[in-house]
Design a protein around this ligand. Structure first.
Ligand SMILES: *[C@@H]1O[C@H](CO)[C@@H](O)[C@H](O)[C@H]1NC(C)=O
Ligand SMILES: *[C@@H]1O[C@H](CO)[C@@H](O)[C@H](O)[C@H]1NC(C)=O
Ligand SMILES: *[C@@H]1O[C@H](CO)[C@@H](O)[C@H](O)[C@H]1NC(C)=O
Ligand SMILES: *[C@@H]1O[C@H](CO)[C@@H](O)[C@H](O)[C@H]1NC(C)=O
Ligand SMILES: *[C@@H]1O[C@H](CO)[C@@H](O)[C@H](O)[C@H]1NC(C)=O
Ligand SMILES: *[C@H]1O[C@@H](CO)[C@H](O)[C@@H](O)[C@@H]1NC(C)=O
Length: 347
């Protein structure tokens, strides 16, 4: 079973190295959005630059597009005129008007659009912006999209919904920052998760704990999984949180010490336990590493309040604020479904 998974991963890496997540046609737009032709004091009045920022979003934020242009950071909001260019004159931006407008923009920039290569990723770009603006119903309004241009680059600003279709995450990176008490501990947990993630993230306690602590930096389970896969694996080959097997009852009982519900104290113990005598790899490529106990510990959080913090947001999502005790089904649901329904509440 594991050998099968590994060879699948390795084989798909070879083909996906060529399948970039950014549409291949996106670069053409730098012919019509660049520092020579764009009004640098009103960049988001340019349909071409708005298109470019949207098709680059997995690699560059709108703020880094401005930086690349050498334009001031405090730009006026996206103008209605640029929005109309994006939406082909329609009041709202839909997948259809976005795709049609994008294809026209590529042609206008002197480029060619290859449906086979780009339809899926262009649709993916649309869905990312739709999720960020909480517009999964199929259309993005002018003001929501203007908000995306204005705010989506700001650290700590998380998307409303991670993904409209469970395939394309709104951000590949966490959108916030870890509190100081984390002290690098969450990364130490995620580094261990890497050894087993291709066998199903929720089949081991390291990835489970890693998803929970990553929520402290605004990363959903989907984003945590994508963070752990190497960048050479294309998004389409990375499983989403909801598409893999539910939390294993073994991993759950390891974290609860055998109890039927997981308490705050269990979470604290499991977290510190996972940082004690940590795993390291004796070698091998991603998906086929040889994990071994290192004899090393930590780094531990500087305070267990850190664990209390993320545990409370998980407990709020599962509706267990009264006791902070979470049963197996509820916790397993959090791993599967919280990426598509981030909820952002805490106890
Ligand atoms: C801008 O114009 C300069 C001078 O004509 C040229 O050298 C440069 O390549 C142009 N840059 C872009 C991005 O078109
Ligand atoms: C925005 O772009 C449109 C179309 O290119 C142009 O007519 C208009 O004058 C621009 N508006 C501003 C404020 O620059
Ligand atoms: C999005 O629009 C494109 C072009 O119109 C189309 O090929 C694609 O099937 C659409 N995707 C969805 C999910 O509707
Ligand atoms: C549970 O813990 C035991 C003992 O540390 C370990 O052997 C086992 O692999 C763990 N199981 C899971 C699913 O994490
Ligand atoms: C915090 O991290 C530093 C650097 O890794 C480490 O030396 C220190 O022991 C950690 N603090 C705790 C409480 O483990
Ligand atoms: C997230 O929000 C809290 C507080 O408003 C609710 O109690 C939870 O039920 C909700 N969780 C989900 C999955 O919607």
């Amino acid at each position: 079973m594991h050998a099968f998974l590994r060879s699948t991963i390795l084989a798909s890496v070879l083909t996906s190295a060529y399948a970039q997540y950014t549409p291949q046609s996106c670069d053409w737009l730098s012919n019509t959005c660049n520092k020579n032709v764009t009004d640098l004091n009103n960049v988001w009045n340019s349909t071409a630059c708005a298109q470019y920022a949207l098709c680059q979003q997995n690699e560059r934020t709108p703020a880094s597009v401005l930086q690349w242009l050498g334009a001031p950071t405090d730009q006026p909001r996206l103008t209605q005129s640029a929005f109309s260019g994006l939406s082909q004159g329609a009041d709202t931006l839909t997948n259809d008007t976005y795709s049609t407008g994008y294809q026209a923009a590529v042609k206008a920039a002197g480029g060619t659009y290859d449906s086979q290569a780009d339809d899926r990723t262009v649709n993916g770009q649309y869905l990312i912006a739709a999720a960020w603006t909480n517009s999964c119903d199929g259309s993005i309004s002018y003001s929501s999209l203007a908000d995306w241009f204005e705010h989506s680059s700001n650290p700590g600003t998380c998307p409303a919904v991670t993904s409209c279709d469970g395939q394309y995450a709104a951000l590949n990176k966490p959108c916030g920052t870890q509190p100081a008490e984390d002290n690098g501990s969450c990364k130490a947990i995620r580094d261990q998760c890497e050894f087993w993630i291709t066998q199903g993230a929720w089949q081991n306690e390291y990835c489970a704990l890693g998803a929970m602590c990553s929520s402290a930096e605004g990363a959903t389970p989907d984003v945590m999984i994508r963070t752990i896969y190497p960048t050479y694996v294309s998004n389409e080959d990375i499983p989403t949180a909801g598409s893999i097997d539910r939390l294993s009852t073994d991993a759950f009982h390891n974290m609860t010490g055998g109890a039927d519900t997981m308490s705050l104290q269990n979470a604290i113990d499991a977290y510190y336990g996972a940082l004690t005598n940590t795993w390291t790899s004796l070698g091998g490529p991603f998906g086929a590493e040889s994990p071994s106990r290192s004899g090393n510990n930590g780094p531990y959080p500087t305070s267990s309040d850190y664990i209390t913090g993320f545990w409370k947001s998980v407990a709020a999502w599962t509706g267990n604020c009264d006791t902070l005790e979470i049963g197996y089904d509820n916790l397993a649901d959090w791993f599967q479904y919280s990426s598509d329904n981030s909820n952002n509440s805490t106890c």
